[in-house]
Design a protein around this ligand. Sequence first.
Ligand SMILES: Cc1cc2nc3c(=O)[nH]c(=O)nc-3n(C[C@H](O)[C@H](O)[C@H](O)COP(=O)(O)OP(=O)(O)OC[C@H]3O[C@@H](n4cnc5c(N)ncnc54)[C@H](O)[C@@H]3O)c2cc1C
Length: 321
Amino acid sequence: MGTILVVAEIQKGAIREASYELVTAARSIADAGGHEVNGLVIGSGIGEFASEFASKGAGKTLVVDDAAAENYNVDVFSKAIKAAAESTGAELILISNTPTGWDVAPRIAAGLDCAFVSDAIKVENGDGGFNFRRRIFNGKLDAEISTSGRTVASMQPGAQTAFEGSSDGSTEALSTDLAATAKFIEIKIAESTGVDLTKADVIVSGGRGVGDPEKFPEVIQPLADALGGAMGASRPVVDAGWLDHPYQVGSSGQIVAPKLYIAAGISGAIQHLVGMKASNFIVAINKDPDAPIFEVADIGVVADLFDIVPALTAAVKDAKG
Ligand SMILES: Cc1cc2nc3c(=O)[nH]c(=O)nc-3n(C[C@H](O)[C@H](O)[C@H](O)COP(=O)(O)OP(=O)(O)OC[C@H]3O[C@@H](n4cnc5c(N)ncnc54)[C@H](O)[C@@H]3O)c2cc1C
C-alpha cells in the first residue's frame, strides 16, 4: 500500500488550517483505495502538535522535534521532509502552497529527483501516479497535469475544506541529519496598519476596476464606513502601491468570511475567491457579465461601479437617517 505524506505547518502557535485541507485531499485519495495517510510535523517542542495532527486526520505522524527546527530554515525543513518521505516510502508528498511551501517544496522534489506540481487545486489517483488540476492565466483556464511515480505537490490554501474528522493516530520520532548551510537570523513582523479584515462583519473591496488610487478613499471607503465595515482590495491594488498589504484579500493576503462582502471592480480570480468565498453574503459589481466573481455572488450587479457604489452609499446613509 502506498503512502501519502502530509506535511503540517505550524504558525502562530497552531497547525494551519491549510494543513488540514491537505489532509482532506490525502484522505479522498486514500478512500478511493490503495493508499495510507501519514503526517509529518517539524519544529522544536512540538509533541502536542504532532498528537493533534495524528488524531485529527493525519493518522500515523512522524515528528522531527529538534532545536535546529525551532525556526523555519529551508535546509533543515527540506532535509526533514526528504527523510520522512524516504522512511515512509511516500509516493505523494503534500505541502501547502504558503510562503514556506513555495520555498521548500521544489527543493524536496529536486532532492528526491521526482515530479513536482505547484499550487494545485485538486488531486486524484492517476495511472501509476497522480492527476492534478491547476488554475492558470488568472483563473481563466484549468490545466490537468498527470505525473508518474513519486510526486511532490503544493496545494493552494482554500481550494479544499479543512478535514474535520478524527483518526487513530500514533506519533513516531524521526531523527535525521539537519545540518544547514542557511542560517536563521530573525523574523520581522510587518508594522501594523491597524487594519484587521478578519474581524470585520462587512467588507467592501475594490479591485483593479477602481482604476485610480484616489478613488479608494473617495468611492470605496465611504460605502464601507456607511455600512460600519472595513475596506479591502484585490492584489493588483496592493501590488501597485494603492493600498498596503493588510488590505489584500486572497490566497496571499487575508482569508476573510464576513457577513457581507461587496466586491467592486474585481474579476474573481481563484486567488481572490479563496480569500472571500466563505463570506455569508456576497455582492459583486462588475461591468463584465462573464466575470467569474458572479459565480460565487449571491447578488450580481452588471454595471459601472462608479454608478452603483456612490448610489448604494447614499441609500445606506438615507436609510440610517
Ligand atoms: C501566487 C499568486 C497569488 C495571488 N494572490 C492573490 C490574492 O491574495 N488576492 C488577489 O486578489 N489576487 C491574487 N493574485 C492575483 C490574481 O490572480 C488576479 O490577478 C487578481 O485577483 C485580479 O485582481 P482584480 O480582480 O482586481 O483585477 P482584474 O482581473 O484586472 O479585474 C478587474 C475587473 O474590474 C472590472 N471593471 C473594470 N472597470 C470597472 C468599472 N468601472 N465598474 C465595474 N467593474 C469594472 C473588469 O470587468 C474586471 O473584471 C495572486 C496571483 C498569484 C499568481
